[in-house]
Design a protein around this ligand. Structure first.
Ligand SMILES: O=C(CO)[C@@H](O)[C@H](O)COP(=O)(O)O
Length: 226
């Protein structure tokens, strides 16, 4: 949704669902560069925001915030479906008993009926998310960022596919999401590495025929899974 027309968020969301998107990906940012556009829409335009959350669709929320725990309650109430927080919060926050408490965070996310996920930036080694995939309260999705988080329209970082491959090898049935620079020219690299959830921003909203783009992305993932 970061690539959509912010003045028409609800109709843009519906347009993408009509074209065949399975999920709506909502970027919720606090500290990333250029995040003010989405943040201001998110915070200031409460009315539009709640209209979006009323649409019956899977709302995949990517929390680029340092205090994910504070967002669990409000997003759960608002109707979010997926809640993906960043593994790097354990480094930027001094609270960092987070590393010990991530299970509590995951439990809270689940208790609000949301699917817990963990995201990592391009420079973060994949090994950092492994502890969150073990134990009795594991996350259910890993989001491998394929651009630096912050804004749409960036170039897909092919080198991040090593992380997707490693993750897929270790966790054959895990949901692995990729986000940033995904479109017809990069989908095969992501799908063949093992990604099965594809976030497409500017390649969708800027496409003359978004339905065709979705079909192509889906086909590439399905073929790679066979
Ligand atoms: O989270 C982000 C950027 O922080 C992404 O969701 C991008 O917004 C995807 O946009 P494109 O790279 O597909 O244009």
């Amino acid at each position: 949704m970061l690539s959509s027309d912010f003045a028409n968020l609800a109709s843009e969301a519906q347009r993408m669902l009509d074209f065949g998107a399975d999920w709506l990906h909502m970027d919720i940012m606090a500290l990333c560069p250029k995040s003010y556009n989405w943040c201001s829409s998110y915070r200031e335009s409460k009315k539009t925001h709640s209209v979006m959350l009323q649409i019956l669709a899977y709302l995949d929320c990517h929390l680029m915030v340092t205090n994910p725990l504070d967002y669990v309650e409000p997003l759960g109430k608002a109707g979010a479906s997926g809640f993906t927080f960043h593994v790097e919060v354990s480094k930027v926050m001094p609270i960092v008993d987070f590393v010990d408490n991530w299970q509590e965070l995951v439990e809270k996310i689940k208790s609000k009926g949301m699917k817990p996920g963990v995201a990592l930036k391009p420079g973060t080694p994949i090994e950092e998310v492994y502890p969150l995939l073990e134990g009795h309260n594991p996350v259910e999705m890993v989001l491998v960022m394929t651009v630096e988080p912050g804004f749409g329209g960036q170039k897909f970082m092919l080198e991040t596919m090593d992380k997707v491959r490693a993750l897929r090898k270790k966790y054959p049935s895990l949901d692995i999401e990729v986000d940033g620079g995904l479109g017809p020219s990069t989908i095969d690299a992501a799908a063949s590495a093992g990604a099965n959830c594809i976030v497409a921003g500017s390649s969708m909203f800027g496409a003359p025929e978004p339905a065709q783009v979705i079909k192509l992305l889906r086909k590439s993932v399905e073929e790679a899974q066979q």
